[in-house]
Write a protein that binds this ligand. Sequence first.
Ligand code: PMV
Length: 326
Amino acid sequence: MGSSMARACANIALVKYWGKRDRNLNLPAGGSVSITLSSLQTTTRVTFDDGLRRDEMVLDGEPAAEGVRSRTGRFLDLVRTAAGTHRFALVESHNSFPTASGLASSASGFAALALAACRAAGMDPGWDGLAQLARRGSGSAPRSLLGGFVELMPGESPDGSDCLVRQVADPDYWDLRLLVVINGQSEKEVGSTEGMELTRLTSPFYGEWLRSGSADVDAALNAIVRRDFRSLGQVAETSCFRMHAVALSASPPLLYWNAVTVDAIHKVRALRKKGLEGYVTIDAGPHVKVLCRASDSEDLAREIREVPGVERVVIERPGPGAEVIE
Ligand code: PMV
């Protein structure tokens, strides 16, 4: 028993997952395809300690909110059960970007936590085992274990043993960029788990969303293999807008966008008409991300920074998989 530190980068899905086939095991109902980013990252140290009477968590130098601490504790219960220990842990985590902002902090967070906790507990479950574990924390977290272009396969087995991730292409395979357009609002109003469940239970279009998703996964994988930027961008927009359409069709409707989100979408479309080619994708929050070629990234970022309400545009490249640092 000891201490270990791990780092994982955030990832952005180009083909989205929105819906679970098993809520307890946190199994996705559909596949997804993502890019792991390079500089939006979480670094987490886990120290199992005989002297602790409960799990403690420090997030960006401050004691974590009770909800975050107890969610982390429930996750560590899975590690303790697998490792056959009862020791509590101190978790010290640092994000290089604002937490819970719709910037996928839960994906990098649970990927880093799974890796650090297993090492600290003396376990090496392998990448498949880590993916199974990380998924219990957050459905998109397994994708942050691997670098570059990543596919998460939903599997079919009730125990989730075939819900696995694979690297489609490494970070250096293709010189693409994702612009992360940060605008005003920080906290999400409805978390993704709650939003997905509401969608599954109330949207008349949920079945159609799932049915169309597997063709989007195939199209994205195909585009990556052929390095066909336009096709990848088009399928990414299709998947994003369908995800938000099905979320909007829930009752009550889920609207994650604000006015700046819409203005940024229009700006990207207008620039595309002028030959500056970017494609948007948006998660369960107001921030727009723009997929583009490396050669267009500076020009696109400069133009998008001019949209009123845009606070910052971060240019991200395909980044590395999770790793143990200590
Ligand atoms: O990782 P979760 O369970 O919070 O879900 C993330 C869902 C989206 O970010 C909206 C889409 C995706 O595939 O990442």
